[in-house]
Design a protein around this ligand. Structure first.
Ligand code: GLY
Length: 354
């Protein structure tokens, strides 16, 4: 069954299509939104091994001329330094502003390819085909594209909306358990910030098999929440910040372990639980909410605490966070499951929190 969502951003509006098996149908589907001839596909070695041929066949059967660029998997690829090689390939393939780029992969490929699309010739249209849970429920929707600098992640980027997002949940079958859990951290976040019923639905699912039985509905629900938030605040100046629940502390935890200890989703889980413990103690959150979060994280095999001796390092990282606006640190707290607010504080709020 095809599920469809429309992201309404005036001239930058687009549709999100969610359907198992859609990858093999993409050539025909794309014809309805693109009448050019050339398509440049950016992907990585892991994804290409499983799905490159499927996409290539589908695009070529529909009459498109394709060129695939296959990069190394992993965050290191999302470097600013990768861009010149992509621009070279785009030049060799003589891509113009009338042609199309497809990003086939997880968050790294989507963010990097999206930024290459945004910047090459001042903007070439692109389509997101996300293949990880994090990318399917979060990074492929909303137009945040970026690359990393040596001094930090996502420091160079843009808001550049795709022309469409095609989500095939079947590709998640080849996802390792590590990436499955990573994605579920972000999925749980949506329940925490906006949808109580969804939170308890997720809590009732016993294992990965049960999650996969409901996966299209789960993806749809997350994308629905995200599209509503992005429509209100495309440029991340207010409502969109709610998507950062658990992220301020989570990011500091990831950084503390040099991005090699906890995955992003795991760190977000740790962040969601610990900020909620704190906000409960401050009287901002209903008692018992942190326990609910702890229980769902345990259900999904996600960590909820870390043993960090030196909390000052965490405070320093938070003080440098780009979510800081002057002296004020905007953090997200939940009053109850499904009810989130932006709360103005200072980095010291996190003193003793880990
Ligand atoms: N991933 C958070 C956002 O798109 O704003």
């Amino acid at each position: 069954m095809e599920r469809k969502l429309h992201v309404d951003l005036q001239e930058n509006s687009y549709d999100i299509f969610i359907e198992k098996g859609i990858l093999s149908l993409l050539g025909e589907k794309i014809k309805s939104i693109y009448n050019g001839e050339k398509i440049f596909v950016l992907t990585d070695k892991n994804v290409n091994k499983h799905y490159g041929n499927k996409l290539k066949k589908s695009l070529e059967k529909a009459g498109f001329m394709t060129k695939f660029m296959v990069l190394e998997p992993g965050e290191a690829t999302k470097s600013f330094n990768t861009l010149p090689s992509i621009y070279d390939e785009l030049l060799d393939f003589k891509i113009t502003r009338k042609d199309l780029i497809i990003t086939l992969g997880g968050g790294v490929i989507g963010d990097l390819g999206g930024f290459a699309a945004a910047s090459f010739l001042r903007g070439v249209p692109f389509i997101q085909v996300p293949t990880s849970i994090v990318a399917q429920v979060d990074s492929s929707v909303g137009g945040k594209v970026a690359v990393d600098l040596e001094r930090g992640k996502n420091l160079v980027g843009s808001f550049y909306q795709p022309k469409a997002v095609y989500i095939d949940a079947e590709v998640l079958n080849t996802l390792s358990d590590k990436f499955y859990k990573d994605g579920m951290g972000e999925v749980i976040k949506y329940g925490c910030i906006k949808d109580r019923e969804f939170f308890y639905k997720l809590k009732s699912l016993k294992n990965r098999a049960q999650v996969m039985d409901n996966i299209e509905e789960i993806i749809y629900n997350c994308c629905l929440i995200k599209k509503i938030v992005v429509e209100i605040d495309e440029r991340d100046l207010g409502e969109r910040m709610l998507l950062n629940f658990g992220h301020t502390l989570g990011h500091a935890v990831e950084k503390y372990y040099n991005f090699t200890g906890y995955s992003h989703g795991e760190a977000v889980g740790i962040g969601m639980y610990n900020i909620t413990l704190k906000s409960e103690n401050e009287g901002l959150t209903k008692k018992g909410v942190a326990q609910e979060i702890k229980e769902i994280l345990i259900n999904y095999g996600l960590p909820y605490e870390v043993d960090i001796e030196n909390n000052d390092i965490i405070l320093d990282t938070i003080a440098l966070d780009k979510k800081n606006m002057g002296k004020v640190l905007k953090i997200i707290v939940i009053k109850d499951i499904g009810e989130s607010i932006i709360y103005d504080t200072i980095p010291e709020f996190f003193k003793g929190v880990k």
